[in-house]
Design a protein around this ligand. Structure first.
Ligand SMILES: [Zn+2]
Length: 424
């Protein structure tokens, strides 16, 4: 029952600690963190030359169950997470049917437990059937285990409904995770409006389709003192709105996804449907704004928006292709390659954005290596280079724009509650 992770370089943002240390795990809980722990009853895991960090917490995944199991299911999604060093995920509710009642919330949680690899948490819908008309029974969803509300995949278009949702969620102390999109501005666009869309002859989506919705919802939440989490932020103006709201003391948090700091809309060239996502990839100015906002704390978290699709949904014309990419197995490497190796974020900051902060946003009691915390741990080599090979993904989805790219940072072992759920 006892294990010691020895000789690793431990990073624990919750206590601002980084340094050489051993970690003693007993009955799935962290019992001691100190130099040179020896216990003859314990199994030793050697982490020489590795970083030992709290397991990653991903606030935004699509595990597609129920309804779209040909794209992913909770077991394959869990395997994909474990392979990427992710020990806790928050599922978005745009399944079929959408997670808009207590029975479905319990279903997802139970399927996660049955898979038994990582902590599978779920959101519940803001509105019934994600139709944007009638609020769900939010208190019941919370009681059955939902940790946040979202209509992700779709925006809550009516300001009035959104205001009532925020009011109600606030009464029961739950955050709303906001997919910000003004559909009247999207107007059937399929990629970012700019040089590349013009060159490819594709209808563009203006940046204001996101930032106008972000601004509206910040104003609504602020007026009510409600908690609002902005999902997959992608534009400079959205970031400016979040930064200003935070400065005023509003209870706003925000996440971005690795593709928004690693790629621009140029990746859509050649009608590359693996670079099609929602919100769309933006341009250099936005990438720079995102990286600065991660560094200065305006953006709290990095989430993957893990969105596996069957190849049939991607091997079609760009306009008709599905949005999204497989994210869980490349997120840590993309963070290391594009943020840490470039000197923009420290490793401590990266782990904070990928584990400690997201855990705080949903208050799930994880994302730390503190004594007494569940032993959710990732062990990785930040300097190991490897080439992404989508055919080896544990996810059912192989849709990634990062295939064949060389990245830094390889996960060697993932531990959830003391149990090794992935090892190289
Ligand atoms: Zn979304």
């Amino acid at each position: 029952m006892k294990q010691i992770i020895k000789n690793g370089f431990v990073i624990n943002p919750a206590q601002g600690f980084s340094g050489k240390a051993d970690i003693l795990i007993n009955y799935g809980v962290i019992e001691r963190v100190a130099e040179n722990i020896n216990d003859y009853d314990a199994k030793v895991i050697d982490a020489e030359n590795m970083i030992v960090a709290p397991g990653l917490v991903d606030l935004h995944v699509h595990f597609r169950e129920p309804g779209y199991e040909h794209k992913e299911n909770i077991l394959t999604g869990s395997r994909s997470a474990a392979k990427g060093g992710v020990t806790t995920v928050l599922c978005m509710p745009n399944t079929n049917p959408p997670i808009d009642n207590a029975a479905l919330v319990e279903y997802v949680i139970n399927r996660g437990k049955k898979a038994g690899l990582i902590n599978v948490l779920t959101t519940g819908c803001v509105t019934k059937g994600q139709k944007g008309e009638e609020l769900t029974e939010m208190a019941e969803l919370k009681e059955s285990g939902a940790v946040a509300f979202s209509d992700d995949g779709r925006p809550v278009s009516s300001s009035g409904i959104m205001r009532r949702a925020l009011q109600y969620a606030n009464m029961i102390d739950m955050p709303i995770m906001d997919h910000c999109e003004d559909l009247s501005l999207v107007d059937n666009g399929s990629m970012n409006d700019g040089f590349t869309s013009t060159y490819l002859g594709l209808r563009g989506i203006p940046k204001s389709a996101e930032s106008a919705a972000v601004s509206r919802d910040i104003l609504l939440a602020e007026e009510l003192g409600a908690k609002l989490h902005i999902c997959h932020i992608s534009t400079k103006n959205s970031i400016e709105a979040v930064r200003a709201a935070k400065a005023r003391g509003a209870r706003i948090t925000a996440e971005t996804a690795p593709h928004y700091f690693a790629l621009t809309d140029k990746a859509c060239d050649g009608f590359n449907t693996n670079a099609k996502m929602n919100p769309p990839l933006r341009d250099d100015e936005d990438v720079e704004a995102i990286i600065s906002a991660l560094a200065d704390g305006t953006i709290d978290a990095i989430a993957t928006d893990h969105a596996p699709h069957h190849s049939d949904d991607k091997r079609i014309e760009f306009e008709k292709a599905a949005n999204g990419i497989v994210g869980l197995e490349t997120s840590l490497s993309l963070g290391i390659t594009y943020l840490v190796k470039t000197g923009r974020l420290s490793m401590m900051q990266l782990i904070e954005k990928m584990s400690t902060k997201p855990a705080e946003i949903i208050n799930c009691g994880r994302g730390t290596l503190n004594v007494g915390a569940p032993a959710d741990i990732v062990i990785f080599d930040e300097n190991e280079k490897y080439t992404v090979d989508a055919s080896t993904f544990a996810s059912k989805g192989k849709n990634t724009p990062f295939n064949n790219m060389e990245l830094y940072g390889r996960v060697h072992r993932t531990i959830t509650g003391g149990k090794t759920v992935f090892s190289l």
